[in-house]
Design a protein around this ligand. Structure first.
Ligand SMILES: *Cc1c(COP(=O)(O)O)cnc(C)c1O
Length: 407
């Protein structure tokens, strides 16, 4: 494994922008492989399995690539399960972790034979009544740990809709006993962008206590939330340290309890955030009394994270990397306030220049829309140095697809 993370240069990205047009999402396959190998090596001393949380980026080629790497898949909808199977994942390598879906969707997933993760008591009871001990499940617990980059992406706190509260353990046990349902795994996912290793260890502590209530357990799923750096000096979850600590905790647990549990993870962002670049074109430079705006040919219809989560995405003017630095506010062309970045230092931007946003792989294209009747961007994957189109840019007819013209 190389020491240096694989990256695409501004030069390569500008070339892609010229050839494929803008706005365009560009994914660097080797970076995904590199991140995956880091995970494997960090957790090599535990019996770890990794299920790519594909809601972060579901292009079928990305799914196939992740499958070839040897990862499993974490799906939050039945459609993601079906995409995963189309990409070649076997049911044994897919875990279905939805929330607030109806029993029918769980049953559909069961019929496909994937692992099922149940996140409320009502469904646990219905599923158990229907299938008894014939289909083992995993239970999503809420360990009530407050963690995550911001409230919208925190899922483990007391007000969160996710999981079954650990304080309801007696009720869970009653349902398990009365239905005969077999619990193979317990799961937690406390949020996204958790930089503190201690949070995962605290969660694991809670999960190991819970494990005592489930004699048929074979795995503990610690979800995800690994933080990746967005700014140059941003902290990153120290997965190497976490791997070391986990192996200590698990070996001690095995020694004391005589149980050898697997640990599962569901990384999304960690695998695909940094592989992605979003390249746009500066349409206009607009000087106002207060600031200099760069208006680009995109908006929150294509990349919503800065507006929705107040996330920071590093931006580089790849057309003028040597130009003098100036301060700009980078905005989109949507008829709403859609600011990608305030007061950002960029190499002088001229109309027509390409700007590249970093960390655009996870929750970028995936959260895009046709708001303002704009077309969704193209997606390009670079593998072995070769860029290939993996989704054509929307065309006008895509705006009408599915509409029924009755008038
Ligand atoms: C979204 C999600 C993940 C992935 O979170 P990241 O922060 O992208 O790693 C994992 N597990 C579940 C259940 C999720 O909903």
């Amino acid at each position: 494994m190389s020491k240096q993370a694989p990256t695409l240069s501004g030069h390569e990205l500008a070339e892609i922008a010229r050839n494929f047009g803008t706005p365009v999402y560009v994914y660097h396959a080797e970076r995904i492989a590199w991140q995956f190998k880091r995970l494997q090596s960090a957790f090599s001393k535990t019996r770890a399995r990794f299920f790519y949380a594909c809601k972060s980026l579901t292009n079928i080629n990305i799914l196939r690539y992740v499958h070839q790497l040897g990862a499993g898949l974490d799906c939050v909808s039945i459609n993601e399960v079906m995409l995963g199977m189309r990409a070649g994942f076997t049911p044994e390598n897919i875990i279905f972790t939805p929330n607030c879906v109806d029993l029918d969707e769980y049953v559909a997933a069961k019929e496909l034979g994937v692992h099922i993760n149940i996140d409320n008591i009502s469904i646990l009871e219905q599923f158990g009544n229907r299938f008894g001990n014939s289909y083992p499940v995993c239970i999503r617990l809420n360990p009530h740990i407050m963690a995550g980059g911001n409230f919208k992406i925190s899922t483990g706190h007391v007000d969160s809709k996710f999981g079954i509260s650990i304080h309801q353990i007696r009720h869970i046990e009653r349902v398990v006993k009365s239905t005969g349902i077999v619990v193979r795994g317990i799961h937690m996912h406390t949020g996204s962008e958790i930089k503190d290793v201690g949070v995962f260890l605290e969660g694991l502590e809670v999960m190991l206590q819970m494990a005592g209530h489930f004699p048929d357990l074979t795995f503990i799923d610690l979800g995800s939330g690994f933080k990746v750096p967005y700014k140059a000096d941003d902290p990153e979850t120290d997965i190497e340290l976490l791997g070391k600590k986990l192996s200590e905790v698990f070996s001690q647990y095995t020694r004391e309890k005589g149980r050898d549990l697997e640990v599962w993870f569901e990384p999304g962002k960690f695998l695909v955030s940094q592989c992605g670049y979003f390249v746009v074109k500066a349409n206009v430079i607009k000087q106002t009394p207060a600031t200099v705006f760069v208006g680009v040919n995109s908006g929150f219809n294509h990349l919503i994270r800065p507006m929705f989560y107040e996330s920071y995405h590093h931006i580089v003017n790849i057309s003028n990397p040597e130009g003098p630095e100036r301060i700009y506010t980078v905005v989109g062309n949507v008829c709403e306030t859609d600011t990608f970045a305030w007061d950002r230092k960029l190499n002088e931007v001229r109309e027509g220049d390409f700007l590249s946003f970093y960390n655009a792989g996870a929750y970028g294209f995936e959260m895009s829309s046709n708001f303002n009747s704009r077309l969704k961007p193209a997606e390009v994957m670079v593998m072995d140095g070769e860029p290939r189109l993996i989704r054509r840019r929307d065309e006008f007819s895509d705006l009408l697809r599915g509409q029924v013209e009755v008038l």
